[in-house]
Design a protein around this ligand. Structure first.
Ligand code: SF4
Ligand code: SF4
Length: 131
C-alpha cells in the first residue's frame, strides 16, 4: 500500500526495505521525488526505449523490488547526469539509478550483454602513459 503525504510518495510500512537498500547503495535522496517528470523530459536514455526515470523511481518507492531489478530499463541510463542537474527536488536521479543497478548486481541480476562488456573492459590492457 502506498500513501501520499504532502505531495510526496512515501512507502507504507512493510515495503520500505527496498528503498533502504537503494539509499545505502548511494541513492539517499530517492524519497525526495515528487513525480514531476522533469527527468524524463530531458533523458536521452528514454528517447528510443521504454525507459522512464520517473516510473523506475515510482516503482522503487512502492517497494516493487523484483519488477525494478529485473527490468532491462534500468540499464538504459547513459549516466549523462542531465536529470541530476535538472531535478527540482535534488533527488540526484542518476545516483538513484546507479544505486538500483548496484543492488541488482549484488543480487546477481545483470543482463548478459552488460556482463560481456564488463569482461571486455577488464581484459583490455590499460594505457598507463601518453605517447
Ligand atoms: S525530476 Fe526529480 S522530482 Fe521530478 S520525477 Fe524526476 S527524480 Fe522525481
Ligand atoms: S543520467 Fe540517465 S536517467 Fe538521467 S537523463 Fe541521463 S540517461 Fe536519463
Amino acid at each position: 500500500m502506498v500513501i501520499k503525504e504532502t505531495g510526496i510518495l512515501r512507502t507504507a510500512s512493510g515495503d520500505g526495505e527496498f528503498v533502504e537498500m537503494i539509499k545505502e547503495a548511494g541513492g539517499e535522496n530517492i524519497t525526495r521525488c515528487y513525480q514531476c517528470g522533469t527527468c524524463v523530459g530531458s533523458c536521452p536514455g528514454g528517447m528510443s526505449t521504454p525507459y522512464r526515470t520517473r516510473k523506475v523511481i515510482q516503482k522503487a518507492l512502492m517497494g516493487r523490488k523484483e519488477e525494478v531489478l529485473e527490468s532491462r530499463e534500468i540499464w538504459y541510463c547513459t549516466t549523462c547526469f542531465t536529470c541530476y542537474e535538472r531535478c527540482p527536488r535534488g533527488v540526484d536521479p542518476t545516483e538513484v539509478i546507479i544505486a538500483i543497478r548496484n543492488v541488482a548486481v549484488k543480487e546477481g541480476i545483470v543482463p548478459e550483454n552488460f556482463k560481456k562488456s564488463a569482461r571486455n573492459l577488464l581484459a583490455t590492457p590499460q594505457v598507463t602513459s601518453c605517447p
